[in-house]
Design a binder for this molecule. Structure first.
Ligand code: FAD
Length: 307
């Protein structure tokens, strides 16, 4: 079978594309290599999506999955490992086989960056985590440390403060770059302590994480902080290697796409956090998903001779 639209990734962009494609009567297959819903499933709460005052990440994801499936989108839980997408028919390879489509929407999102410090890999899963919402409960009544200064780090600290005895938040600058409301909440929470101008130098422990060695960038002083958990929230990076080349990306690996989500390859579109953009949020991912399907549909109509 040749699908009208293949979608790489069942995050907010991919699932929105699935909803729009299904509702416009196109045959659509979404590939998901990890968990349906994408990055937002690791968020304890969402409070900035219009018309929804507050909702948890997993609930939001679940609603999108159901809506996409009800619209007719089919989700296959297989990671894409290869792509041959320059011809008229786009070929996608997973560990289970090959799938064909007239168009492809890349909606692969991002993955969290690592700190890149000594012993980080060794202690991952033994105290070091990249998802407070997934692993926070392991540190009940213990001490946890969050590294980062953006929205994710602030949300992680607020979430962990409800579970842990004490939460440190370490940032290399003296103020946060995340939203003012979140930053205010962090400063108002009694058991959160902000350690500014500081970076983690080393992770120390035996079987499990015991402490971290940190450096104050202003004074040059080193000290150790006892902590059972270390939650890394220092940004994201793109994961588009499978498609690039031939798809053009910037130096950081984000797909270059126009306002209507077109890439340099005819019939291939990019939606959501995986593409070059200034604001990576649910609302921009959703908007891209809708725009990409509109472009894909116009392309299909054109190759079908206007039918
Ligand atoms: C902790 C946290 C809290 C956040 N809170 C908010 C918030 O409150 N409000 C807000 O607006 N935004 C928030 N965001 C940002 C928001 O989650 C993202 O902007 C949004 O998820 C982007 O959607 P996306 O579909 O582009 O990418 P993603 O959600 O990252 O989805 C991409 C999907 O593609 C899949 N994938 C990748 N490669 C492959 C492959 N080779 N084969 C198959 N599948 C693949 C991934 O597994 C993933 O499921 C938050 C993010 C995080 C991490």
């Amino acid at each position: 079978m040749i699908y009208d639209i293949l979608i790489a990734g069942a995050g907010t962009a991919g699932l929105t594309a699935g909803i729009y494609a299904g509702r416009s009567g196109k045959s659509v297959l979404i590939f998901e290599g990890a968990f349906p819903g994408g990055a937002i499933i690791t968020s304890p709460f969402i409070e900035n999506y219009p018309a929804i005052k507050t909702i948890s990440g997993p609930e939001f994801a679940n609603e999108m999955v159901q809506q996409a499936e009800n619209a007719g989108a089919k989700i296959v839980y297989e990671k894409i490992i290869g792509a041959d997408i320059e011809g008229d028919i786009k070929k996608i390879t997973t560990s289970s086989g090959e799938y064909l489509g007239k168009t492809l929407i890349i909606a692969t999102g991002t993955v969290r960056r690592k700190l890149g410090v000594k012993n980080e890999v060794e202690f991952t899963g033994r105290g070091v985590s990249y998802c407070a919402y997934c692993d926070g409960a392991f540190f009940r009544n213990q001490t946890a440390t969050v590294v980062g200064g953006g929205n994710t780090a602030l949300e992680d600290a607020i979430y962990l403060a409800n579970i842990c005895k004490k939460v440190y938040i370490i940032h290399r600058r003296d103020s946060f770059k995340g939203e003012e409301t979140l930053s205010k909440k962090v400063f108002e929470t009694e058991n959160i302590e902000f350690i500014p101008d500081t970076v983690v130098e080393e992770i120390i422990g035996d079987d499990v994480l015991k402490e971290i060695k940190v450096k104050n960038l202003k004074t040059g002083e080193f000290k150790t902080i006892e902590t059972e958990g270390l939650f890394v929230a220092v940004g994201q990076k793109a994961q588009n290697e499978i498609f690039s080349p031939p798809v053009d990306t910037d130096d950081s690996g984000y797909v270059k796409a126009t306002e209507d989500c077109s890439t340099n390859i005819p019939g291939v579109y990019a939606a959501g956090d995986c593409r070059v953009k200034t604001l990576r949020q649910l609302i921009t991912a959703s908007a891209d998903g809708a725009a990409a399907v509109t472009s894909a549909t116009q392309y299909i109509n054109k190759i079908n001779g206007g039918k």
